[in-house]
Write a protein that binds this ligand. Structure first.
Ligand code: TRP
Ligand code: SF4
Length: 329
């Protein structure tokens, strides 16, 4: 029996942080562990190139580090196919064919495109590749005839575009591509240590690699309820980022107690953060252990990708055969 396929990718543009872990990876792992999906997860290194084309040197290292963190977080190569986009050249081939049938207007009205073009000012993104980003993404997805694509809300326009492009291909040539569904993640809203969105560009992220003194410094400097200037000011856990983290990492009984004590100024923020630090250290310990394991065994990581790349390429070649037939080539 064919299992429904799940496909998702991540761009290797920096180290993974807790926002990435809880925003995406946890969902990927959950879908993998359900056992009724055939999951394909890949390093979107060509997509990284759209913004990093001037400085490509780091992409490779970020990719390697990212896969180590995937494995450490619980992605299991015995259950999921883990591969690298650029190792399966068919993605570009399909991208190019799809680009022939994608009206420019669909790309120009893409909200992510419009947003990034105004937001990112430190580099020139008026390139063909950047405009075509969602076409490559569509190729990534329909190549494997994906049923579901786990993504955050920001990616919804790209999945909708993928559906439109698949529909157009099916209409023009032959109905070979199913229209994928987005699989939305309800994400706990984890902010960076300064209270803004967690992002490497704000320098406020807690990374999966952070431990010991580094982790401690970050946790102890986290923003809390700004109304709690003094220890005997009552706090509002519902607006406190430290409390959101407790919700994930601290056991439920303790979380209730913190909630109660914070409201009656029975606990200070420093003590509250110390509890969080201990919870984080405990919660992330198995992940950190696996990190050490894979960091010491680059050959094992390479082997995982090699077999994933081969498995993905087999399917990609089959799909491209169908595409060529549909085009009459
Ligand atoms: N655009 C996605 C992001 O920035 C990454 C991505 C590339 C992707 N190809 C994909 C996600 C295919 C899902 C499916 O997060
Ligand atoms: Fe936040 Fe904890 Fe301080 Fe309350 S006591 S404001 S939950 S850090």
């Amino acid at each position: 029996m064919e299992m429904k396929r799940i496909v998702s990718g991540m761009r290797p543009t920096g180290r993974l942080h807790l926002g990435n872990l809880h925003g995406a990876l946890v969902k990927w792992i959950e879908l993998q562990d359900r056992g009724d999906y055939d999951c394909f997860y890949f390093v979107a290194d060509w997509h990284a190139l759209t913004s990093e084309y001037r400085d490509t040197g780091q992409i490779r290292d970020f990719a390697h580090d990212m896969v180590i963190d995937w494995l450490s977080a619980g992605l299991n190569p015995a259950k999921s196919t883990l591969f690298v986009q650029s190792a399966v050249r068919e993605h570009v081939e399909l991208f190019y064919i799809l680009s022939m049938i994608t009206p420019l207007a669909w790309l120009e009205r893409n909200p992510t495109y419009k947003e990034m073009k105004t937001e990112i000012t430190d580099r020139d993104l008026s390139t063909f590749g950047f405009l075509g980003y969602p076409v490559l993404q569509a190729a990534d997805i329909i190549m494997y005839k994906a049923y579901g694509v786990p993504v955050g809300v920001d990616q919804l326009p790209h999945i909708e575009l993928t559906r439109e492009i698949a529909r157009r291909f099916n209409f023009l040539y032959r109905g070979i591509f199913p229209e994928p569904e987005p699989v939305l993640t309800e994400v706990p809203k984890l902010l960076g240590i300064d209270g803004r969105k967690m992002s490497k560009s704000y320098d406020n992220a807690i990374y999966l690699r952070d431990r010991g003194g580094e982790l401690k410094t970050k946790v102890l400097s986290m923003f809390t309820d700004p109304q709690r200037e003094r220890k005997n000011d009552p706090g509002r856990p519902e607006i406190c980022n430290v409390f959101t983290f407790h919700g994930i990492y601290t056991d439920a009984g303790r979380v209730e107690e913190i909630d109660r004590e914070c409201r009656r100024a029975g606990i200070g923020c420093v003590d509250c953060k110390k509890i969080l630090l201990a919870s984080l250290e405990r919660g992330l310990a198995p992940l950190h252990e696996r990190q050490d394991y894979y960091l010491a065994r680059p050959g094992e990581v390479a082997a995982v990708l090699e077999s994933g790349n081969a498995a993905a390429a087999r399917i990609a070649r089959e799909t491209m055969q169908e595409v060529h037939n549909a085009l009459g080539f």
